[in-house]
Design a protein around this ligand. Structure first.
Ligand code: PLP
Length: 352
């Protein structure tokens, strides 16, 4: 049986993907050389639709990579000469910090999941060239409010890189508050894994040019050289780009999607409160609308997950420190309202 997945990545695909896969095969694009006209047109159209549908500023450039993890490394390679600063409150932000630390000096600024991020101008802030933030911490279901990002933009003069893997295409991102934004498509884009999206500001490009790093196949400048010609530095995930292009054609503008996601998150949180489910993150200001984390007894969660499977529902497992004592629900655009109603039905019947 095909389960309805509430796993926050890889996640439930848009049901249209089945047809798009067949279209991709039949169109012949999958056998095309990536320097061919057909491929370049498809790439250009997909990048243009990213700008339109996600409301990305026209002077920000869009490149495709293999994953968000690759983007962590691209930031380190091409934008950090001395030191990066990582503000994190969960497993993904911490992992990025650890990966970066192996490549160059990096400082960490840990903060509590219920707290709003406040950098304070300490020495570790002043000495950092690049500030690395996780917009939506998928491990615990927190998010940085737009107002916080704008405030940080005023305070921090260097490059700001933001991991928006589980929020891009689900919420309206405050693009101007960051220089580098990236995501993988297996979260809010409702697509199969294997493609990353990297969005960069003119400032980030300028900074990359000043540094002039071109030592890697995925150096930012080398990526850019290729993408300005609608090409890619290596043979790309043509199927992934094709599917992304088809999904972007179909989805409403991000403002509409974001409204729906916010409304559904609010309704679901209210449902949880009314049915004695405990949301891990108590502070609504920093609670993510796209990944909801529910805290419960370890045994209860085990049983709940089994019962859910029998009911055709795949609940998301907890992550990192919260692995055994939470479960996660992806509130991603590809999941229908009907599926959410079924999930609520199930949770209502199964509560303690
Ligand atoms: C899923 C996720 C990643 C990793 O994505 P990959 O596609 O595996 O590279 C990174 N950061 C966050 C916040 C995520 O949710």
């Amino acid at each position: 049986m095909n389960l309805t997945s509430f796993y926050p990545g890889p996640s439930q695909l848009y049901p249209q993907v089945e047809g798009y896969l067949q279209d991709a095969y039949r169109s012949g694009i999958l056998s095309m050389n990536h320097r061919s006209g057909s491929f370049m047109d498809m790439l250009a159209k997909t990048v243009a639709d990213m700008h339109v549908k996600l409301d990305i500023p026209t002077d920000y450039e869009v490149y495709f990579t293999s994953s968000a993890t690759e983007c962590w490394e691209i930031v380190s390679q091409s934008l950090v000469q001395n030191r990066s600063l990582h503000a994190y409150n969960g497993a993904f932000g911490q992992k990025w910090f650890e990966y970066a630390s192996r490549l160059h000096p990096a400082s960490g600024h840990a903060f509590g999941p219920e707290e709003d991020l406040n950098l304070e101008g300490g020495d570790h802030v002043k000495s950092a060239e690049v500030l690395c933030l996780t917009h939506n911490e998928t491990s615990n279901g927190t998010a940085l409010p737009a107002r916080t990002l704008h405030k940080i933009r005023q305070e921090f003069k260097g490059i700001i890189a933001v991991d928006a893997t589980s929020s891009m295409a689900g919420v309206a991102l405050p693009w101007s508050a960051g220089d580098v934004w990236f995501a993988s498509v297996q979260k809010c884009f409702g697509l199969p894994p294997g493609l990353g999206v990297l969005v960069v500001s003119p400032r980030a490009i300028e900074r990359a040019e000043t540094i002039g790093e071109r030592d890697h196949y995925n150096s930012l400048l080398f990526l850019r050289d290729n993408f300005v010609k609608n090409q890619t530095p290596y043979t790309p995930n043509t199927l992934g780009i094709y599917l992304l292009g088809r999904v972007l054609e179909e989805v409403p503008p991000i403002a509409d999607t974001a409204l729906n996601i916010a409304r559904r998150a609010q309704a679901f949180c209210q449902f949880l409160n009314e049915n004695s489910y405990k949301i891990l993150i108590k502070n609504p200001e920093v609670r993510s609308p796209t990944v909801l984390t529910i805290e419960a007894d370890e045994n209860f969660i085990k049983q709940l997950k089994e019962k859910a499977r029998e009911a055709g529902i795949l609940l998301g497992t907890g992550y990192g420190a919260w692995k055994a004592t939470t479960f996660r629900i992806a509130n991603f655009p590809a999941i229908s309202d009907l599926s959410f109603a079924q999930l609520q039905d199930f949770l209502e019947k199964s509560r303690l």
